[in-house]
Design a protein. Structure first.
Length: 425
């Protein structure tokens, strides 16, 4: 019988003493600061703006002296300097892949993926060598599915690179190939289970899942309980971004998300950028050690807090608490970030539109998005405009949405451009 609840992907790293971990991270930080300063125009410029050099950053607390990088900074830098905005530290000739995230933001992919953070996360959720794993994250343009694919290879698990959609095919693959692992969003896993039940299948008996790893969207406890009861197994989550990789993962104890050793996570005051005391809620800001696309003090826009009391699993890292929400109007729908400025640019292509509002709701653990439109004046072909808008939304935002026309004044003055009406536990 495979033990899926205990053990470590890398025991030495995951059980470091606090002093050893801090020394390890100081050394890695010093290396990436010097490397970035020498090879990245954007990183060097960031140092120069505040009158610092890499040697001035002696420890983790000194990171407060460096500016915070926001997603919008990447977008604006890449508009001026294609493809990577000067944040990269290698030439294009050394890039294996170019990923494209919504924004668009171009990201370089290294030739040899050796970041073990997602592998640590997958191991902690119970995936082991010999498992056959259904990877339902999108392999098209964005890096997460491929990062997880490479990480599953590190675990010596077999991957079915199916991506999202076509639920009946997913169920057939799971049954015919006796899939033992699932990687994807929790809402899509729920959709698979409900579809299987609709086919008069018993998920516990007819599906052979032994371990599931979910992420990329909020994961309410009620959904976890429902999934675990229907599958009779543990469902654990990971947290990260495509820009900086894995930032946290749950172990079987489910007492917060362990922060991997090969990344620095700060919780900061959104106004000052200063680090907050243990347990206080603030924005997650992270520094990774990538020798391809290093991010120094990258602001995720997500709110959380740190936990430092010991975890019974034996891992000694600090942990992130639950994700408490966002710092701005940026909203994640079906695992995809939707930015107000993206919607602005999209709507500017349609002169007939006077005002708009994006409304996000949730029904039966599934996200739903609608865009309410006020027209400058009545037009003859509303149906045609509706079709064009819905097509543009799908192509630009990568999320399906219904377009709903409303009367002039139907959208309140100073209303949020993106109104997230979902209620989380």
């Amino acid at each position: 019988m495979i033990d899926r609840r205990h053990g470590f992907f890398n025991r030495d790293k995951e059980t470091m003493s606090r002093e050893k971990r801090e020394a390890y991270q100081r050394e890695k930080l010093s290396e990436i600061l010097s490397h970035g300063y020498l090879h990245s125009k954007a990183i060097r410029s960031g140092f120069e703006k505040v009158g610092l050099k890499p040697g001035d950053i002696k420890g983790l607390k000194d990171l407060e002296r460096l500016p915070i990088t926001k997603k919008a900074d990447l977008v604006n830098a890449q508009k001026e300097t294609l493809p990577f905005g000067g944040f990269e530290v290698i030439s294009e000739a050394g890039v294996r892949r170019i990923y494209v995230s919504p924004g668009p933001v171009y990201e370089p992919g290294e030739w040899d993926y050796d970041d073990i953070r997602w592998a640590q996360a997958l191991y902690a959720c119970g995936i082991r060598g010999g498992d056959i794993v259904l990877n339902t994250f999108n392999y098209h343009l964005t890096p997460l599915a491929l990062m997880l694919d490479e990480s599953l290879r590190m675990l010596k698990a077999t991957v079915i690179p199916v991506g999202p959609g076509n639920i009946s095919m997913q169920i057939n693959l799971m049954r015919q190939l006796r899939v033992t692992g699932y990687v994807g969003t929790p809402s899509f896993l729920m959709a698979i289970i409900e579809a299987a039940e609709g086919m008069h299948l018993d998920p516990k008996r007819d599906l052979h899942l032994k371990a599931t790893f979910v992420g990329a969207e909020m994961f309410p406890e009620s959904l976890r309980q429902k999934l675990e009861s229907k599958l009779d197994l543990l469902v654990r989550q990971g947290y990260g971004t495509v820009d900086v990789g894995c930032l946290g993962y749950e172990c079987p104890e489910k007492r917060g998300m362990h922060i991997p050793e090969d990344v620095i996570v700060e919780i900061v005051d959104t106004e000052t950028g200063k680090q907050m005391e243990m347990g206080a809620t603030g924005e997650i800001v992270t520094t990774n050690f990538s020798k391809v696309f290093p991010m120094l003090r990258f602001a995720t826009g997500d709110l959380s807090y740190l936990i430092e009391d010991p975890c019974p699993c034996g891992r000694t890292s600090m942990r992130l608490g639950k994700i408490m929400g966002r710092t701005d109007q940026v909203t994640k729908v079906w695992g995809i970030f939707i930015h107000p400025w993206q919607v602005d640019e999209m709507m500017s292509k349609f002169p007939a539109i006077a005002n708009y509002q994006v409304v996000v709701t949730r029904k039966d653990y599934r996200d739903e998005m609608a865009i309410y439109i006020e027209l400058k004046e009545e037009i003859a072909d509303k149906i045609g405009l509706k079709r064009k808008l819905e097509k543009e939304v799908q192509e630009t935002l990568k999320v399906a949405s219904e377009v709903i026309f409303t009367v002039r004044g139907g959208i309140p003055d100073r209303a949020k451009k993106i109104d997230d009406r979902r209620i989380w536990e």
